[in-house]
Design a binder for this molecule. Structure first.
Ligand code: NAD
Length: 288
């Protein structure tokens, strides 16, 4: 079988064009421009790079976007700024870039209608119960769109997810389940990973371990979605070894796979937030 490495570039472009159009439409109709604010503490190089990408993409789509740098030692400052952002009608969505070095005394203090990165428990609950105004976390949302773009019908398909974090593995489990998938969730205590993923049509790895998936533990014809981000000898790579290409049906690359769709999802969530806050119907997003 010849496997295909399918990057997300085309899908990102499709979504970007729709984003530009939707920003233009609401601006012409109501004179508003969707606005995103990112709070950031510390200067972790990976976080700086992600935040820069988010801000640049928002600008490219015609939105307003800004970064607010927080004093690393002050959770009171975080509370004060988030209260201001919650009350500011001109800001449609805001998020705190993680990991965050501040100990947040009161947890995430973001109104659910502006919680475009799904950081709070209220927003998470809304996602679980499939509320119409719920925001899904950006990486799982990007993966759902990737699957649709790759022609994977979720209903009736067997999935194995590796990694059970709050922002990737667990919400992805719920979203796939809600859409009719049969889902196995694996993690560091899973006894026999190869066996647990062996019956899956689609394996999604969100661990952060290079070569975790390779020719020895995958099956012929599986679709492999690589969420992991690792650096080996200064180069970015995912969790899936190069040799997996020979057996897999489809592989998503790192870089150029799930990552750009995560950033794109933050943009689409913020545009959705802007439409709903202005009394308009939530937009729909097409992947073809
Ligand atoms: P995390 O670091 O919080 O958790 C890792 C998970 O992997 C845990 O659930 C753990 O049980 C599991 N795990 C660890 N070793 C394992 C093993 N040997 N076998 C099976 N499971 C194992 O997870 P995270 O924040 O979801 O990040 C996971 C990876 O995904 C990281 O590389 C991160 O950089 C990347 N990531 C990428 C994006 C993106 O947009 N591409 C977004 C978020 C995270």
């Amino acid at each position: 079988m010849i496997s295909k490495v399918i990057a997300s570039k085309t899908l990102v472009e499709i979504l970007k064009e729709q984003a530009k159009q939707k920003v233009k439409e609401i601006n012409e109709k109501l004179g508003v421009r969707p606005a995103l604010t990112i709070l950031m503490a510390g200067n972790n190089p990976a976080s700086v790079s992600y935040v820069t990408k988010k801000i640049e993409l928002a600008k490219e789509c015609g939105m307003k976007s800004e970064i607010i740098y927080l004093n690393e030692n002050s959770s009171q400052e975080y509370d004060k700024i988030t209260t201001e952002l919650n009350n500011n009608k001109d800001i449609n969505g805001f998020m705190l870039q993680l990991p965050c070095p501040i100990e947040l005394e009161n947890g995430f203090n973001i109104n659910s209608e502006k919680d475009v990165d799904c950081l709070t428990e209220v927003t998470y609950q809304k996602m679980l119960t499939e509320k119409q105004d719920a925001f899904s976390p950006c990486t799982p949302l990007g993966i759902l769109r990737y699957l649709e773009f790759l022609g994977v019908e979720i209903s009736g398909t067997n999935f194995a997810i590796i990694g059970k974090s709050r922002l990737v593995g667990k919400p992805l489990f719920e979203l796939l389940l809600n859409s009719g998938g049969t889902v196995t969730l694996c993690h560091s205590r899973t006894k026999d990973l190869a066996k647990s993923i062996s019956t899956a049509d689609v394996v999604i790895s969100a661990v952060g371990k290079p070569n975790l998936l390779n020719q020895d533990n995958i099956q012929e014809g599986q679709i492999l979605i690589d969420v992991g981000i690792n650096k080996v000898e200064g180069k970015l790579c995912g969790d899936i070894a190069k040799d997996a290409v020979e057996k897999a049906k489809i592989i998503t690359p790192v870089p150029g796979g799930v990552g750009p769709l995560t950033v794109m999802s933050l943009i689409t969530n913020t545009i959705d937030a802007c439409y709903m806050q202005n009394g308009l119907a939530r937009p729909t997003w097409k992947v073809q």
